[in-house]
Design a protein around this ligand. Structure first.
Ligand code: NAD
Length: 254
């Protein structure tokens, strides 16, 4: 049986993945701002340090996988919280745990979004994230909008994963990402309740080629596969789980 650590395991996609892994008899260390095995606020360097130390203490012999799933929606405020959790919280945790995952030749599975390609890759905010300049990224996004803050953080997470595949693989860590479409979770409920973004999300949901929205299990099923030995030649991939939306929007771009 395997030992995994994940963030954001209290609700939504992370909560469902945690349940599925536990049902299979695996062990899971959960980090969350509320009700985790380790309670930590991943928007702050202190919270990330607490989370990394807590996982290291519980997994001295290594991890089979790490899944930084915690994330905030486009409606979170102040806007700087979005990159702080969705990008810097993810990358700092992955870097802080890579040697533990390498010990077991394991996987780090990131959670991007099908919204990631909606922000250009040369957007200054995305570039500041990738440069690791948290202060500058947070001040750049402060004058922009929630959609750019969210989708840009996911664009940066995807690019960070692709750029780091070679060095992580050399150490014995498989990096991949999933890019879910609209999934019915507390995060999505917050967006749906927003006057402007809620309508845009409902309109987008109606265009999904395969129809409708996902349940968390439909995302977690694929994540569970990507964590398993059955997928052990999948490396450096961004897997869209979005009912065909990305293919609809970017048919020739892959
Ligand atoms: P969710 O709100 O149900 O889960 C997010 C989890 O992150 C919660 O357990 C929450 O407590 C935790 N969290 C939030 N802020 C935190 C912080 N500062 N420190 C520690 N933990 C914190 O949402 P979800 O939809 O399950 O989202 C999971 C991931 O999937 C996120 O990264 C999200 O961006 C991504 N995603 C979701 C959708 C969707 O439609 N729901 C689509 C694409 C990607």
């Amino acid at each position: 049986m395997a030992l995994y650590a994940l963030t954001g395991g209290t609700t939504g996609i992370g909560g469902e993945l945690k349940k599925q892994l536990l049902d299979l008899g695996h062990e899971v260390i959960s980090v969350d701002i509320k009700e985790g095995d380790i309670t930590a606020d991943l928007s702050t360097p202190e919270g990330r340090a607490t989370a990394i130390a807590g996982i290291r203490e519980r997994a001295p012999d290594g991890l089979d996988g790490f899944i930084p799933c915690a994330g905030l929606p486009p409606v979170a405020r102040p806007l700087g919280l979005i990159p702080a959790v969705n990008y810097f919280g993810v990358v700092e945790m992955a870097e802080g745990l890579r040697d533990l995952v390498a010990k077991r030749r394991g996987t780090i599975l990131l959670v991007a979004s099908n919204s990631a390609p909606m922000v250009p890759k040369d957007d200054p905010y995305v570039e500041l994230c990738l440069a690791g300049d948290e202060g500058a990224a947070l001040s750049d996004i402060a004058s922009k909008d929630g959609h750019t803050a969210y989708a840009g953080s996911k664009r940066a997470v995807s690019a960070w994963m692709r750029r780091n595949v070679v060095s992580y693989a050399k150490e014995g860590v498989r990096l991949n990402a999933v890019a879910p479409g609209i999934t019915m979770t507390p995060l999505t409920e917050q967006v749906m309740a927003d006057e402007e973004l809620g309508q845009a999300m409902r309109d987008f949901g109606e265009m999904v080629p395969w129809g409708g929205t996902a349940q968390p299990a439909q995302i977690a099923n694929v994540m569970r596969f990507l964590l398993s030995a059955e997928s052990d030649f999948v490396c450096g991939s961004v897997i869209f789980i979005d009912g065909g939306s990305d293919a609809m929007l970017r048919p020739d771009d892959f």
